[in-house]
Ligand binder design. Structure first.
Ligand code: ADP
Ligand code: MG
Length: 215
């Protein structure tokens, strides 16, 4: 039996992720100042502030509507690559979840898989390019493997979180192929990709939310 994640749960998770992102402002800005143009934290933080502000309204929507609304807010409120990539990904996931009121574990996996596929297509990036995809892609692979193996929800969440965090850490050794770090002489080698780190924060908070509140 899978857990059930409601719109209220998803909004509660968004609030926790917003807090985690907010608290790490200095750290993420420093990472992006090294390999990018320094605005990644400001972009993603502003996006999450807008999501939190829309929380009451979103709680009343079915889950597919929540994903679409998040996508539209991210697309319109976040500047830079992140706005387009997160916005497009959430809208695509909302379509994949069409007609669903709540999420099962399989639905959540499908949503994340749809998001990473949309991001890869939109940003013309693959795993290994030193982007946020390097956290989300391994997390989705771990999620699919855990479901196929019939792991418990608790073990599944642990595996997804670990893959997301290891994936972000792994960007340190990668040469950037897409994004601003690819314009640097050393392609950002030796530095974490800020977008991968903020992605891993979100996945960490999501997995912890499921484990602490839904199991
Ligand atoms: P910008 O690249 O416009 O400055 P942000 O500062 O908001 O955008 O976000 C930077 C992050 O976006 C990078 O750290 C990287 O993870 C991600 N990113 C940039 N370009 C791409 C791309 N083409 N595909 C996937 N992710 C990307
Ligand atoms: Mg930037």
């Amino acid at each position: 039996m899978s857990f059930t994640m409601t719109s209220k749960d998803y909004v509660a998770y968004i609030k926790i992720a917003a807090k985690k992102i907010h608290e790490n402002g200095e750290y993420i800005s420093k990472l992006d100042a090294t390999t990018g143009d320094g605005d990644h934290w400001a972009n993603i933080n502003l996006g999450f502030e807008n999501l939190v502000a829309a929380g009451d309204e979103m709680e009343k929507l079915p889950i597919d509507g929540v994903f679409k609304k998040i996508g539209m807010l991210m697309m319109s409120k976040i500047g830079g690559s992140s706005g387009v990539l997160y916005g497009g990904a959430y809208i695509a996931a909302g379509k994949a979840l069409a007609g669903k009121e709540t999420l099962t574990s399989e639905d959540l996996c499908l949503a994340l898989e749809t998001m990473v596929n949309d991001m890869m297509q939109r940003g013309k990036a693959q795993p290994g390019f030193k982007t946020m995809i390097d956290s989300l892609y391994p997390a989705v692979q771990a999620y699919k493997a855990a479901l196929a193996e019939g792991k418990s929800d608790a073990d599944t969440m642990e595996a997804v979180k670990k893959a997301a965090m290891d994936g972000a850490e792994d960007t340190k050794r990668m040469e950037a192929v897409k994004g601003r770090a690819s314009y640097q002489a050393n392609k950002g080698v030796g530095h974490l990709d800020p977008g991968a780190v903020t992605m891993s924060y979100q996945l960490e908070c999501l997995c912890d939310y499921v484990r602490e509140h839904l199991l």
